[in-house]
Design a protein around this ligand. Structure first.
Ligand SMILES: [Zn+2]
Length: 115
């Protein structure tokens, strides 16, 4: 099982290295889910160590399947340099943004988060 996980991490790393982050690069600039052109938008970069709740993880899993181009902010990592950029360009799909909003409406964030 550990070996499978290692292989999957390697494959995922190779995919990212080859294609780049799906939020910032898109080879054909068409949403694979909705088949509509992507739009390049600047979004804020959030720095710091994220604490993903179970709700966040559930949303990310659904995002990968149903709204992959719904990025509205980017992670900048834990280190904040003096002249760190505040924004980055990402490829967004209006249908993904709508699908994410609908998912959030149907799955409201719980008042008490679990991690
Ligand atoms: Zn889409």
């Amino acid at each position: 099982m550990k070996r499978l996980a290692t292989v999957l991490i390697f494959v995922w790393g190779a995919v990212l290295a080859f294609t780049g982050c799906s939020a910032t690069k898109s080879a054909n600039k068409i949403c694979a889910v909705h088949q509509v052109p992507l739009q390049k938008k600047k979004v804020p970069i959030i720095y710091g160590m994220p604490m993903w709740s179970n709700y966040d993880r559930k949303m990310m899993e659904e995002a990968a399947r149903s709204f992959p181009h719904s990025t509205v902010q980017a992670e900048g990592g834990c280190m904040v340099m003096k002249n760190a950029p505040k924004q980055v360009a990402v490829w967004q799909c209006t249908n993904c943004l709508q699908a994410k909003a609908e998912w959030v409406k149907q799955h409201p964030r719980p008042e008490k988060e679990t991690f």
